[in-house]
Design a protein around this ligand. Structure first.
Ligand code: SF4
Ligand code: SF4
Length: 451
């Protein structure tokens, strides 16, 4: 329920609501009496004087602005993401990319160099102090080891006094030499996929030979932990593993020291298409239990669309000129559209390499730039709007097709988890009212990196 734009009253039970004003950075629990007075007080039409005093002191009568921003003009990214290869040493049951099911492609050093040169030039021209070099893609980046190390070495050499911040996603099945190199060179950190209890992980993330991979990933996390190296862990939950989520989260936090622990239901894409849905009420119940266990270790779990404390009109980088290169050298804005034959490559691919640099399809790019949540009519009136920012567009295309966005099952999960985060913050602030100290802060899920 909305009282006035961007001040929401969310019913908790018959007698109480949660009032959330994301743009004012305020949330509090309220009686139905207070809630019924709110519209008149907020619109200046009178109302109960005690409510008016409370609302004024809470800051709800102040003018606020929305966090809407939109890229304009030339494409000048200073970050590049290299989709190094579609090859992978694992065969995860839920792999969105179905890595290993079709012949692998590998990026060449020329393709990597051209992308790196482009972002360094942009950084020089715009005076940016650093560039970002990220490794991702429809396979395991470390499998294309020579290019991973060679590209970073090249970037650091070419960048001169511009700092290179390098980060990677990875499955954690690395050799000790690779781990040494990552600790020494990937200064932006590593995002590891690890599903928790070894038996759960091994069922979902087998090697190409069909054996479990947990032992190797555990070794990697131990090494990272011993080195004090910053790494995040992403847990993917399939429908049949939902009952083990809390134990999995506890296992990770009792044994390792990830800086971020993200939990997401598996998407029904790639190898997981047609599998039982994990975006369910059971997931929310299990997430809540897992969050309760995580709290004992001082952790708040992350879920990509529930980001209380972070206001934005962009869910991810697709609206912000995300510059990702496929092995063929084409430019995609989306991590899941990692190859030219992706079903939605006509949506996310907006450029290609030429002998002189890059050629961009500006019509396509403008369409992507215009996908901020302020232009998603389905999201109007949603209290999670400025935290979720419309969720993953690739998933919305998969779920809704190419027509108007009509929401997904994830909307319910997002709203429930945003509600939980607000109630936890109110409780931690003494139980009455929470003020967001970090309006405009850093994305807790993506941080400096993306997804
Ligand atoms: S969040 Fe979704 S739309 Fe954005 S890059 Fe990732 S897969 Fe693509
Ligand atoms: S309607 Fe759904 S996608 Fe849109 S902001 Fe709300 S939760 Fe996110």
């Amino acid at each position: 329920m909305t009282t006035v734009p961007d001040v929401f009253a969310i019913p908790l039970d018959d007698s109480a609501s949660l009032v959330y004003a994301p743009l004012h950075g305020v949330a509090f629990a309220a009686s139905q009496g207070l809630v019924s007075e709110l519209p008149r007080v907020l619109t200046g039409e009178g109302g109960d004087s005690d409510v008016e005093t409370f609302v004024r002191e809470a800051g709800l009568l102040q003018d606020v602005s929305t966090p809407v921003s939109r890229r304009e003009g030339a494409v000048e990214p200073t970050d590049v993401t290299l989709f190094l290869t579609t090859a992978c040493n694992l065969r995860c049951t839920y792999c969105y990319a179905s890595a290993g099911d079709s012949p692998a492609t590998y990026m060449t050093m020329d393709v990597a160099r051209q992308g790196i040169d482009f972002v360094i030039d942009n950084a020089r021209r715009t005076g940016a102090p650093h560039i970002g070099l990220n490794f991702h893609g429809g396979g395991e980046p470390s499998v294309h080891w020579k290019l991973m190390t060679g590209a970073l070495e090249y970037a650091r050499r070419q960048a001169g006094d511009i700092e290179v911040i390098a980060a990677s996603a990875g499955n954690g099945v690395f050799t000790d030499q690779q781990i040494d190199w990552m600790i020494a060179n990937l200064n932006g950190g590593m995002s590891l996929s690890f599903d928790g209890l070894p038996e759960v992980h091994d069922r979902q993330r087998p090697t190409v030979r069909g054996t479990g991979s947990s032992e190797r990933v555990i070794h990697t996390m131990r090494r990272f932990t011993e080195a004090g190296y910053p790494y995040g862990v992403r847990v993917t939950v399939t429908a049949d593993q939902i009952p083990y989520l809390a134990d999995s989260v506890e296992y990770i936090l009792a044994s390792f020291t990830p800086v971020r622990l993200q939990v997401e239901p598996a998407y029904q894409l790639g190898r997981h298409e047609g599998a039982p849905d994990a975006e369910t009420e059971d997931f929310i119940v299990a997430y809540r239990e897992a969050q309760g266990r995580a709290a004992h270790y001082g952790h708040e779990l992350l879920y990509s669309a529930a980001r209380v404390g972070f206001l934005t009109s962009h869910f991810c980088g697709i609206t912000q000129d995300n510059f990702c290169l496929t092995p063929a050298g084409n430019v995609s804005a989306c991590f899941e559209a990692f190859s030219e034959d992706n079903e939605f490559s006509d949506v996310f691919f907006y450029g290609s390499a030429t002998p002189e640099g890059y050629e961009f399809d500006m019509d396509r790019l403008e369409r992507l730039r215009g996908l901020g949540v302020e232009n998603r009519s389905f999201c109007d009136g949603c209290f999670a709007k400025w935290n979720c920012a419309g969720d993953c567009y690739h998933k919305s295309l998969s779920a809704n097709g190419r027509g108007e966005f009509r929401g997904s099952q994830r909307c319910h999960i997002t709203r429930e988890l945003v509600k939980d985060q607000l109630l936890a913050r109110i409780a931690a602030s003494g139980g009455l009212l929470w003020r967001d100290p970090s309006v405009g802060g850093v994305c807790p899920v993506h941080g400096g990196e993306h997804e």
